[in-house]
Design a protein around this ligand. Sequence first.
Ligand code: CA
Ligand code: CA
Length: 553
Amino acid sequence: MIKKFIFLLSIAGPTFAGTCPDSLESIDGGWKTVFECQGDTLIRSKEIHLKSGNITRKQSYNSEGSITSVDSWNVEGVHTYSGKISYLEDNHFVEETFVTRGPSKGKLISRDEKIGSSEDNTLLKSWVISSSSYKQQAIKHFHNGEDKPYRIDVLSSVGEVLKYYIVKYNKKAPLANLVSEFQAFNPNGEMIGNYNESSEFEVVEHLRKLNLDSKETERRINIYNNTKREPVVIIDTGFDIMHPSLTHKLYNSPHDTPNDGIDNDGNGRIDDSWGWQRQDDAGLSLLIDNRNIRETHSLIHTPYPVSHGTHVASLALRGLESYGLVGFAGDVAISDHLEKANEYISEKNVKFVNMSFAIGYPGAPLSAPRDSFHFLEEMIRSNTETLFVVAAGNGRAALDLDIPGNDNYPASYNFKNMIKVGALNTASLNIADYESYAPASFSKFGNSKVQVFAPGQGVVSAQSGGGTIALNGTSMAAPFVLNTLLKAHELNKRLTTEELKLILMKTVYIPESGRLPCESGGFIQPDKIYEVVELIKENNLSVEEAIKSVMKR
Ligand SMILES: [Ca+2]
Ligand SMILES: [Ca+2]
């Protein structure tokens, strides 16, 4: 029998705490407890099962008498369970749980700060600790009696507060834990970001409010007003369309005039000039209108608001003026969302799509419904001239996509019009460091299922609410590749997406130490791609000739 053991020690005061008991041994039923002291201070205790002779518990104490570590075994001597300890700190009652077995022994797995007593208490703060790395990620602060935090501190790996968020929830979707509004602050209390998913918004007006010099303001207004730009579809979590790096990049569709309340192109979406937000269709009337493609922050999977689509879109469109963002925001596991995106891509003849997402594989736990796989596959299969740039996926295990059972869609589809991108362990490319780059530890790979690697670790790009953030992921590597190909395409718009892919594949850098685990065997070299494109344009060379010429140098 395993004796379930949760030890709560509430210390009233220092008077008797940590004092060595009069007798160094006590017997209680079938167990004996042995105490170890240094002078008058109790430092350790051991509980022994008398019948088997096995130790069933070991505890260490600090000078105040608080338990600092607990180890437990069952009577057969098998190390079994975690100990929970508690103590008073600044009149608050702190409860901590540690790992007590295996190589992670002693690591903190939970920490809560409460007010009251061990029997009757209210949670004030709760630490979010990664269950895989045991790193502290965040502290959630609660109002007395409320179960959702109003403030969330972002922690460094050593527990320092890096920044904090004051959050407000979307009351229409209580279960989804959606944050509709937040402000971000640095540790000195200065505001560094301000996000509100439903504040009034008009593009040109907003560009004028950005506090830029008049020349830059006009430049951005002109970019936005250019309805001849090519649409780039980005299917992601959503986009902070008020972010200074994105507002002027929004597509200004010639098909559907924004703000007139009319579905001018008859595609069933009113004013979908720069994309749409799928959440509205799910029966959650969350956002003010169809045009609102803003990032929806759900705190179900992450401890604090995390920017994904905003980061991806800003990377994909960085430095480009002749492309516009058509954002498809929302839950990519919903089949209707994928079906509608497919219709849009076909109808408007969209050439470039970014997919920094994965929906598992059919039948896998937590994967999308089977219909979603059908529409996702259909989208890529039927739009043969569209190039789909896809994140290979992140994971801690099952990283080799070539091994059956490690599937991860869309990355596991094998269509010619896809480029599936793994992440390198770098944020940018510097030719002096080429030999030091390797696939990031979290990146999926595959000699047939992944085509190329690109920077994906510590990549700095736009953050929802304002400013920038460094993120890791193949999600960041895919838009790096798309951005490079768009720049190449901007240099020579006659190039087909197939030719662009060929140029990318044939100009990669293959390390001298060996091929990277992907089809091309290397990572993207933007400069070589641009050289090839320039050569094709200036010397009227074929794609193959230009590649040969550049790669011979
Ligand atoms: Ca429309
Ligand atoms: Ca319209």
